[in-house]
Write a protein that binds this ligand. Structure first.
Ligand SMILES: Cc1cc2nc3c(=O)[nH]c(=O)nc-3n(C[C@H](O)[C@H](O)[C@H](O)COP(=O)(O)OP(=O)(O)OC[C@H]3O[C@@H](n4cnc5c(N)ncnc54)[C@H](O)[C@@H]3O)c2cc1C
Length: 443
């Protein structure tokens, strides 16, 4: 932590926007604390002034989870590695540390997280607070890799929690939605850095679904993308490997990851937004553009990739055994509608975990994510998709567009009451409240 620096506090009034641009808020004050003491003072001062408080990460959530009209706490000066404990296989980082910085620092130390999501721009606390996940047969979300965390409560106290210390807080606060306090540091389980071999391969929609159980069971990390308006998918399997390292070639990286997945994809989406009728024809060509490839690299280089094309996203976790039926219903819905969808649908999995409000809490899960290019109306598509997901008791990603409320969550999360009871205890006056939390957790 940069204790030598002093943080800043300023009257704001300026608009805060999330990455996707679909959420805007106007905090009255912005604070960038440089130490836990400064953060605690900011929390106390807000309470005295009768203002709400919200910590923000990098604004990569599509929901208004981080929005506030009170005091906005910025993460920029609460970053860095506090401690690496090789004996216990853990790293402790300041809460505002970007995942990218964590991954690079760990790699330099010959260490790695076990699993991660598609990108690494987010802060560690922002990513874990909404349950950010990748795909895994045995390894779960980033929050499930937390061994301990510290947070400043509404009373201005610093509390540490782990399986042994304040276990009831630990059970909930790993995915705390920013509702229980402001996280100041997180301790993650890490392991010696390892190699993953990725196999990317086109496959038909029917074959992926017919073989889904096998593909899931036989691979440590299986995921696929289905291209709406086509029967085509791209699959990706990542498995641990003895090596040797064989990174994506510079040519393949430029062509597939930059030109096809970002540059050309941006152009294609812009054309689709201007003339939606072209989307099905374009989808048939673009879904076949990516070819099979195999590469071997360290985890973050295999799991994550740049996402430069802006979009809005909804993602639901359904019980894993409901994946095939849910996805078939989604495809029938798109095929039978006049919707024009230029973004692929992403499917991932996670094993059941023990975190109260994790989308995979107590159940093996499959995630289905629908996206729309920024600036394209998404409501009709998302509403129809959400109807299908909720019919399968789906649980929406806390950071991605959804319309569910506390009544719904009390039904699909057996441990919902455990979380709200803890919130009543830690934040009875809702110092960390906002409109989003009122909707999803109740008053
Ligand atoms: C391009 C893109 C790719 C993505 N890929 C994935 C993916 O692969 N898998 C996945 O699951 N999700 C993914 N997401 C969603 C994203 O990971 C989550 O929305 C995540 O919460 C964003 O982290 P952030 O740092 O931007 O936090 P923000 O969006 O800024 O904040 C998220 C929440 O965390 C709270 N918070 C932040 N800091 C603190 C703190 N110190 N203490 C307490 N609460 C805090 C905020 O108040 C808010 O409630 C993606 C999003 C985008 C835009």
């Amino acid at each position: 932590m940069s204790t030598a620096q002093t943080g800043s506090s300023s009257k704001s009034g300026a608009a805060w926007r999330n990455w996707a641009g679909n959420v805007v808020s106007r905090p009255v004050r912005e604070v960038t604390p440089a130490s836990v003491e400064e953060l605690t003072a900011a929390v106390r001062a807000a309470a005295e002034d009768g203002l709400k408080v919200k910590a923000v990460g990098t604004g990569h959530s599509f929901t208004a989870a981080a929005a506030t009209d009170g005091v906005l706490i910025r993460p920029q000066l609460l970053t860095g590695i506090r401690n690496i404990d090789r004996n216990n296989g853990t790293v402790t980082v300041e809460a505002g540390t970007p995942l990218k910085r964590l991954n690079l620092a760990l790699a330099r130390e010959g260490l790695s997280l076990t699993n991660m999501g598609d990108i690494m721009e987010q802060t560690v606390s922002g990513a874990t607070s909404t349950g950010t996940h990748g795909t895994g047969r045995d390894s779960a979300s980033i929050a499930a890799q937390i061994k301990g965390l510290e947070l400043v409560t509404a009373a201005g106290e610093l509390i540490a929690c782990s399986e042994k210390e304040n276990p009831e807080i630990f059970a909930a606060a790993r995915i705390g939605l920013g509702a229980l306090g402001i996280v100041t540091a997180i301790t993650f389980a890490v392991e010696p850095v390892f190699l993953l071999t990725a196999r990317e391969e086109p496959m038909s929609f029917d074959k992926v679904l017919a073989d889904f159980d096998e593909l899931h069971a036989e691979n440590e990390h299986f995921e696929f993308y289905w291209f709406p308006h086509t029967g085509n998918c791209n699959t990706k399997r990542n498995n641990r490997s003895a090596g040797p390292e064989a990174p994506v070639s510079a040519v393949s990286s430029l062509w597939e990851d930059e030109i096809l997945s970002n540059g050309l994809f941006q152009v294609v989406n812009s054309i689709g937004r201007a003339v939606p009728a072209t989307i099905p024809a374009i989808a048939k060509v673009s879904s076949k553009a990516l070819s099979a490839r195999t590469y071997t690299d360290i985890p973050y280089k295999v799991f994550t990739s740049p996402r430069r094309v802006r979009f809005v996203e909804m993602e639901y976790a359904v019980p894993r055994e409901a994946l095939v039926a849910t996805l078939r219903e989604l495809k029938s819905m798109v095929d039978g509608s006049d919707l024009r969808v230029s973004f692929p649908v992403e499917v991932r999995t996670a094993p059941a975990d023990d975190i109260a409000l994790s989308t995979a809490s107590g159940r093996d899960s499959a995630y289905i994510a629908v996206h729309m290019y920024k600036g394209t109306p998404y409501q009709r598509y998302f509403t129809a998709a959400e109807r299908i997901f909720t019919a399968h008791e789906g649980r929406p990603h806390w950071g991605k567009v959804h319309t569910r409320d506390a009544e719904y969550f009390a039904r699909v999360y057996p441990r919902f009451g455990e979380f709200t009871d803890l919130r009543d205890r830690l934040d009875p006056d809702r110092l960390f409240g906002n409109a989003y939390l009122r909707r999803v957790l109740g008053d």
